[in-house]
Write a protein that binds this ligand. Structure first.
Ligand code: ATP
Ligand code: MG
Ligand code: MG
Ligand code: MG
Length: 477
């Protein structure tokens, strides 16, 4: 008998023909009713093991988390919610599970506790839903760009460049092998090391992406990204995934239009294809928020929020306008910001970003034209000589989810900027060649995949939307 997934089975009509399911026991009641889950849906299949039909020695082994193979017939269900249940003829134990030792009891566990047993949290409804949504978003991302004719480019994971210039890199060496070449003072001699130079794990595929875009037109990357973030926040991981489209012949406005359409498309896809998971997560979030004081709760439920985002234009404004709003806000006047607004030129902290989206505009915001000195060297200088054609997209509950810009395509302006910002131009000769040979206006952005998943699932901590979070002191499995 071929295995049928529970999600599929629950759609079927009662029938004579026998079916087989396999999965893990969630609960076993009255020595008769098994709730079985196989990961295809959060709805458990009710299996009836009629009294007197099965050996006591077998029934004793049906414990929470034991794995079973069950063959039987689909019959109408008397219970609420489900059309059908499975009347078991044969029950086979695939794997026993000692209920005394199994860390996950059939009750609600805190997310903190589940983080400590991240190897088992896949077996909870919350994480099953989160990871099915994560999958659907990844699929929708490829679908969106494929429909638009973008080419998916794999940029290197080991690189010699620091695209962001932020210095938050993981070094790659052949250490700790005894033959690692050393200088006289004991430090690693990178010239003699594996790559003949110092290398690191990529912090962004953008520079390499620009090379591809200035030939193929429109490309995107979607890969792992590494930053040795020293901050312990609910928004930063040491290893995360980033989607980075890069487009020739786009200016900042084209870039913003694409980013907005992209975000709406992938949200819509998940709403159309993962309604059950989103409903589950929405209810989870609503329950969680009931514990909070009234003024800390969200004004909208998760589904309502996503629908609102789909149906409304993102607010667009300049950095300069944002600083004005923030400086004149009650929050600033009443000193509610940890970092007070000191004036034009300061970098925005996540509390400021969240004030703009959550308190002021109450919708996603695209902030453009930041001061040149707080942004990376490759962003295009505006005519005012002070700001660059940067854009950040800020989302309620998260803050920054996208960072992007129109790139500086003028060689002379770029070289001067690199000099001013101490970016070594000899090392980036290959990057500068795009400006030497047929330069074109181009733009792109990076969307943090996990932050997008946080937004769609309503999960507050970024550690809860990636299967194996990498954070300081955390790389066990
Ligand atoms: P932040 O200000 O939040 O530190 P950033 O400005 O350093 O982000 P960018 O270099 O603009 O980040 O990267 C593009 C996107 O990648 C960000 O908008 C964010 O969504 C995501 N991102 C950046 N750093 C991390 C991280 N450590 N963990 C998860 N996602 C990240
Ligand atoms: Mg950062
Ligand atoms: Mg930022
Ligand atoms: Mg950024």
């Amino acid at each position: 008998n071929k295995r049928i997934k529970i999600k599929e089975l629950l759609q079927q009509e009662p029938q004579e023909q026998e079916v087989t399911v396999m999965g893990w026991v969630r609960t076993f009641r009255n020595n008769q009713f098994i709730a079985l889950n196989d990961g295809s849906t959060n709805t458990n299949l009710q299996i009836v093991a009629e009294l007197g039909q099965f050996e006591e020695s077998l029934l004793k082994r049906i414990t929470t988390s034991a794995s079973l193979k069950v063959t039987g017939t689909l019959v109408p269900s008397l219970g609420k919610g489900q059309k059908v249940e499975l009347k078991a003829r044969v029950i086979e134990i695939l794997g026993d599970s000692d209920p005394e030792k199994y860390p996950l009891q059939p009750k609600k566990h805190s997310l903190e506790f589940l983080r400590e047993i991240a190897h088992l949290r896949f077996r909870t409804n919350t994480f099953a839903s989160v990871f099915r949504v994560r999958h659907a978003l990844a699929f929708a991302i490829h679908k969106f760009f494929n429909e638009k004719g973008f080419v998916y480019i794999h940029t290197p994971i080991i690189t010699a460049s620091d695209a962001e210039g932020a210095g938050e890199m993981f070094r790659v060496t052949t250490l700790p092998f005894d033959n690692t070449p050393r200088n006289e003072d004991g430090s690693v001699d990178f010239k003699e090391d594996f790559f003949g130079k110092s290398t690191n794990l990529t912090v962004s595929g953008q520079l390499e992406g620009e090379l591809a875009a200035t030939a193929l037109g429109e490309i995107y990357t979607f890969g792992p990204t590494f930053r040795a973030e020293n901050s312990n926040t609910t928004r930063h991981l040491a290893e995360f995934w980033m989607i980075e489209p890069e487009m020739a012949f786009y200016d900042l406005e084209d870039n913003a239009n694409l980013a907005e359409a992209f975000i709406k498309y992938i949200i819509k896809y998940v709403m159309d294809h993962n309604a059950e998971d989103l409903d589950f997560l929405a209810k989870r979030l609503a329950d969680e928020e009931k514990q909070l004081p009234q003024d800390k709760r969200s004004e909208m439920g998760l589904i309502e929020k996503l629908e609102f985002v789909l149906n409304n234009q993102f607010e667009r404004l300049t950095y300069t306008e944002a600083i004005d709003i923030l400086a004149n806000s009650n929050y600033n006047k009443k000193k509610k910001f940890q970092y007070p607004i000191t004036g034009w030129g300061m970098d925005l902290q996540s509390e400021h970003e969240r004030y703009l989206v959550e308190k002021h505009f109450k919708k996603p915001v695209i902030l453009m034209n930041y001061p040149a000195q707080i942004k990376a060297f490759y962003m295009r200088m505006n005519d005012d000589g002070k700001t660059v054609a940067a854009m950040d997209i800020l989302a309620p509950g998260i803050g920054e989810i996208v960072g992007g810009s129109q790139r500086e395509e003028r060689l002379d302006v770029l070289l001067k900027k690199m000099k001013d910002m101490n970016v070594p131009d000899e090392e980036l000769w290959w990057y500068l060649d795009t400006r030497r040979f047929g330069t074109v206006p181009h733009a792109g952005f990076g969307l943090g995949f996990e932050r997008m998943i946080q937004f769609v699932t309503g999960m507050n901590n970024i550690r809860d939307v990636i299967p194996f979070p990498r954070t300081p002191k955390n790389a066990e499995f």
